[in-house]
Ligand binder design. Structure first.
Ligand code: GCO
Ligand code: MG
Length: 444
């Protein structure tokens, strides 16, 4: 019979090798009682936990097994279409999986993936991610180990992160970046507001709205490009040479503007420019590569291998930036990381507010085990979130530290989650539109 981490820690504490005796919750004690000598657990129930503790809809799948106290959680968050993920889990994956054993994660992933015949869409991939990550959580709990151990163990102690420094005007962004740098962050993403316009990543700057032929949120590409490039110049000057600067273009420009933007950013020595193009324009990455040496990150919108394969294998990007649950979970993302390693592409998994803490723990796990880790996007967890998701990764001096408890290390307080239900909104969490001054809808 194997010795679990819990037993090991207990004996270390007994032998005086640990300063503080580890403490375990009843759920962990129960998990630890499940040993390898027992038959493989079977899936007894699959449920969906939904909550909105910080203004964003989060969805988590819970798989309960027939073994006492053994269950797992997986992130299935697709904020803009949250109401559709729940039935995809409950009406399709649940009947497909009830009674199956939990021990064959890859086999379950492949059979679920194929069971819809048509695949690679965000709703189905998120539902699948919920299952996949919950199964990894279960395996970790069974082994009494964090998932990073199952994936080979750490190749770094903690995970270097970038913080979001933004503001309506240049000086606000610089002040915000300095605040993060004072906290220890070595990487900051900088975004500035556009007067009267719907920019991305910062509060709107009050000011004259551009003359527009409509009353919807407006975005003027040429103006935005000049202003964001000016911001990069100011930040490099005001923040010094050592800080790493990042910027998210959020696929708002035309392909040729994107090439120009990346080229003109060269003097500011970016850590990366993110999403210069939309997934519909992937071919233009070749032009960016041929024209400049600004490092490029791409992929948060990817759902399909057809999107990440060519960019990685043709070495057209520097950072792969997939949103784990959008790509179908931890299992496919791990394969992406390994593929990318052989092509010199590093990882920068998407880590915004619309990833649940379970998903963030999955990100940090991959960051710890992947040799080709690049950087992790960081979004702070508010107190309400931490009350629901106990055991979130912890931030210290710009580094994320994983919780060392088995599985993802996270326990969900479902009673607390029920106190933060999805709030009603006209579009059910969906996004409205952004238009050019002439009324043309653009990607946002
Ligand atoms: C980022 C992203 C996010 C997305 C958001 C969509 O780089 O963090 O662009 O801010 O816009 O996750 O829901
Ligand atoms: Mg982005």
């Amino acid at each position: 019979m194997s010795i679990g981490r819990r037993d090991l820690l207990k004996s270390m504490a007994g032998a005086g090798m640990l300063a503080v005796a580890p403490r375990f919750t009843e759920a962990e004690e129960q998990t630890a009682r499940v040993t390898r000598g027992m038959p493989a657990p079977r899936i007894k129930d699959i449920s969906v936990i939904e909550c909105e503790p910080d203004g964003v809809r989060l969805t988590v799948v819970k798989i309960t097994t027939d073994q006492d106290g053994l269950y797992g959680y997986g992130c299935a968050t697709f904020t803009q279409r949250a109401d559709l993920v729940k039935p995809a889990v409950e009406k399709y994956l649940k009947p497909f999986l009830l009674g199956k054993t939990t021990d064959r994660i890859e086999d379950i992933w492949q059979s679920c993936y194929d069971s819809s015949y048509w695949k690679n869409g965000p709703v189905l991939n998120n539902a699948l991610s919920g299952i996949d990550q919950a199964l990894w959580d279960i395996k970790g709990r069974q082994a009494g180990m964090p998932v990073y151990q199952l994936a080979g163990g750490k190749c770094r102690e903690a995970v270097d992160c970038y913080a979001h420094a933004s503001g309506p005007d240049f000086e606000d962004v610089v002040a915000n970046a300095k605040m993060y740098m004072a906290q220890g962050f070595r990487h900051v993403r900088v975004q500035v507001g556009l007067p009267g316009m719907a920019g991305y990543g910062s509060a709107e700057k009050a000011g004259q709205r551009p003359l527009a032929l409509h009353d919807k949120p407006v975005f003027d590409r040429e103006y935005a490009m000049r202003r964001e490039l000016k911001l990069l110049e100011i930040c490099r000057r005001e923040l010094g040479d050592e800080v790493q600067l990042l910027h998210d273009m959020h696929e708002r420009y035309t392909p040729n503007e994107a090439v120009q933007f990346c080229k003109q950013a060269e003097p500011y020595r970016m850590f990366f420019l993110e999403d210069p193009l939309s997934p519909e324009d992937l071919g233009y990455f070749r032009q960016i590569r041929q024209n400049c040496d600004t490092p490029i990150a791409m992929g948060e919108l990817f759902n399909s291998p057809h999107e990440w394969q060519p960019l990685i294998t043709e070495q057209l990007i520097d950072y792969i930036r997939v949103h784990l649950s959008e790509a179908g979970g931890f299992s496919p993302a791990r394969k992406i990381a390994i593929l990318a390693e052989f092509f010199g592409v590093r990882t920068a998994w998407h880590g915004p507010g619309d990833v649940s803490p379970v998903g963030h723990a999955a990100n940090v796990t991959l960051d710890l085990v992947s040799y080709n880790f690049g950087i992790q996007e960081y979004t702070p967890f508010n107190e309400r979130t931490k009350a629901i998701f106990r055991g979130c990764p912890e931030m210290k001096d710009g580094y994320f530290w994983i919780n060392e408890k088995p599985g993802w290390g996270i326990e969900i307080d479902e009673k607390e989650a029920a106190k933060a239900p999805f709030t009603a909104s006209r579009l059910n969490g969906g996004w409205g539109e952004v238009r050019l001054p002439d009324g043309t809808v653009i990607k946002q």
